[in-house]
Design a protein around this ligand. Structure first.
Ligand code: PGA
Length: 268
């Protein structure tokens, strides 16, 4: 894991199933790292922002080779260490390739059949390897009463199920990503007031599970984030960072770099 002291924020790029070729992935990784480093030959990273790039499996080593200053994550893993599981990739394999983070329970994977129980097994496997699971949770539709958001109790279930059997010491390595499904890839991000409400709800859930250690677990927001809304979504919501999908692969990483720059300039 890259050395980040006193880190305050996480900027996580979820490339999803992009870009199309190995060469393009090489170029995207280089441009992202170069842009974040301010274009200097010896890139200087801001230790207050942890940049994590989560490429598709075949591109993991590209990202870890490009720079030691960004952390590499995967978008999924399997919970067994080895064996007859055609097509699966274990957390141990990912660790050995330089991954220190892994997204689990992303709504796009839940839509393909990933259950809370599977998320839990993956979280335990990742923690076993010393990796950091980024557990994605979020409601399908926004429900409100007189304009005030009603937090979907499903979120509590997603969190408690995902963390079953995770002790307080291990919980220190967990990250939660609140990603309302209706906000993902739609161009319609959640309202900062709603994000604040849900953040408090998630934090209470984590406090019930782990006390003070639960309060310290970073909670990120994801869903149609870009350089225009990055600061607004973080500023008064208490969120510790963003999980960025579409904007992380847009225009040769220009949008992602702009997000990094605006957070650095306007928030820190
Ligand atoms: P989006 O995706 O930024 O394209 O909405 C976020 C995510 O799915 O992690």
């Amino acid at each position: 894991m890259a050395q980040h002291k006193n880190n305050t924020l996480y900027l996580v790029a979820n490339w999803k199933m992009n870009p199309t070729t190995y060469k393009q992935a090489e170029s995207l990784a280089q441009k992202t790292v170069h842009g974040i480093g301010g274009g200097a030959q010896d890139t200087i990273f801001d230790s207050r922002i942890n940049v994590v790039i989560c490429p598709p499996f075949p591109y993991v080593s590209i990202v870890s080779d490009v720079s030691k200053d960004v952390d590499v994550g995967a978008q999924n893993c399997f919970y067994e260490d080895a064996g007859a599981y055609t097509g699966e990739v274990s957390s141990r394999m990912l660790k050995s390739m330089g991954c220190s983070y892994c997204i689990v329970g992303h709504s796009e994977r839940r839509a393909m059949g990933e259950t809370n129980g599977m998320v839990n097994k993956k979280v335990l496997a990742l923690l076993q390897e010393g990796m950091r699971p980024i557990i994605a949770v979020g409601e399908h539709t926004r429900k409100a009463d007189n304009g005030t958001v009603m937090v979907d109790p499903m979120i509590k279930r997603q969190i408690t199920d995902a963390l079953a059997g995770v002790n307080e010491r291990q919980a220190k390595r967990v990250i939660i990503a609140y990603e309302p499904v209706w906000a993902i890839g739609t161009g319609q991000s959640a309202d900062p007031d709603d994000i604040l409400t849900v953040r408090i709800f998630i934090q209470k859930t984590l406090h019930t599970l782990y006390g003070q250690a639960g309060i310290a677990i970073p909670i990120l927001y994801g869903g149609s984030t870009d350089s225009n809304n990055a600061v607004v979504l973080l500023k008064n919501t208490g969120m510790r960072g963003l999980l960025v999908g579409g904007a992380s692969v847009k225009e040769d990483a220009k949008e992602f770099i702009a997000m990094y720059a605006t957070i650095q300039q306007e928030l820190l």
